[in-house]
Design a protein around this ligand. Structure first.
Ligand code: PEP
Ligand code: MG
Length: 314
């Protein structure tokens, strides 16, 4: 009888592909932390804490009104800690609260939210935190306690910035509340064209990293509502204007030795990621399910870059 075919070597499938460009993962809820870590990702490029907060069904303002700040801080601390524990020794970038006012309206305390005609361009992200220091302080308190507990892999990322003054102001507030800002990993999302054009000034202001939030960057560069199906066909991640902004910002970050990354949906598209690696991005962050194919795309592009360089030198 013919010999049974040899079984495929199981170890081969498990061999991790090593890439120079870090391949990280996006996490929305702490419950997904283990699944995210199982991808072998090099860290978390975006932890969206507003999902955690929206899940509490009460606004941060409600906790303040009801003298329940400690409860809020404990929820945040616990949720973020779950993710940090799943990624020991790997960077985890936590984004400060970034929910538009309309998403808070149905929660307890939501009646206090201002009505806005265009919440996506309104009181959200860093703007909300700077003008509502008591809400910002609760988040910072959770970060502070995590740093004090030894989680020095925690980085904090500010969303919706469009001017370095916002970063400077946020950092000054954190310092006032006792954060060792000189040694904390603080960075920004580049998701407003203004911040892409100002990246050099952000670097001078002391950011340690920048991450492209392409979901919004595309929307604001092209004036295409990311949630409007009437114009969905015009929402083009690879529009030359979007790519030009990204290419410019990557170049400035590279010249200054500042890590630049991507955490928008485009970071889960192998074609886009191939382009980003070619243009010098330092890390990418993808959805959990996309991590393997993104790792593969990165590895393929890096190999090609190395081969081209070797042949030129041959
Ligand atoms: C982005 O804008 O690309 C991003 C990651 O943030 P969000 O999708 O939460 O707005
Ligand atoms: Mg965004």
């Amino acid at each position: 009888a013919a010999a049974a075919p040899a079984a495929a070597p199981a170890a081969a499938a498990a061999t991790p592909v090593i890439t120079g460009t870090l391949v990280k993962v996006n996490v929305s809820l702490p419950e997904a932390a283990q699944r995210a870590a199982a991808t072998g990702a090099d860290g978390v490029g975006l932890l969206r804490i507003e999902h955690l907060i929206l899940g509490l069904a009460k606004t941060p303002g409600w906790y303040i009104e009801h003298d329940a700040e400690e409860e809020f801080i404990a929820e945040l601390y616990g949720g973020i800690k779950t993710v940090l524990d799943a990624f020991p020794g790997k960077p985890v970038w936590v984004r400060t609260l970034d929910a538009p006012t309309d998403e808070f309206r149905n929660m307890e305390g939501g009646e206090e939210e201002p009505f806005e005609h265009n919440p996506m361009l309104g009181w959200r992200g860093i703007r909300r935190d700077l003008r509502s220091p008591e809400q910002f302080r609760l988040q910072v308190e959770a970060f502070k306690r995590l740093w004090a507990a030894g989680y020095d892999n925690l980085g904090v990322m500010f969303p919706m910035v469009n001017h370095p003054n916002e970063f400077t102001q946020a950092r000054a507030m954190m310092k006032e509340w006792g954060v060792d800002v000189e040694n904390a990993t603080l960075g920004v999302m580049i998701e407003v064209p203004g911040s892409a054009l100002m990246v050099e000034e952000f670097i001078q202001a002391g950011i340690r990293f920048a991450s492209f939030g392409t979901n919004d960057l595309i929307q604001y560069t092209l004036a295409i509502d990311r949630n409007n199906e009437n114009v969905a066909d015009m929402y083009q991640p690879k529009h030359p204007a979007v790519l030009r902004l990204i290419d410019y910002a990557i170049g400035v970050c590279r010249e200054n030795g500042v890590e630049c990354s991507i955490c928008g949906q485009a970071g889960s598209d192998p074609e886009m990621v191939t382009w980003l690696v070619e243009h010098g991005i330092s890390s990418v962050s993808a959805n959990i399910d996309a991590v393997p194919r993104i790792r593969e795309a990165v590895a393929r592009k890096e190999r090609q870059i190395l081969l081209d360089a070797a042949r030129r030198n041959a």
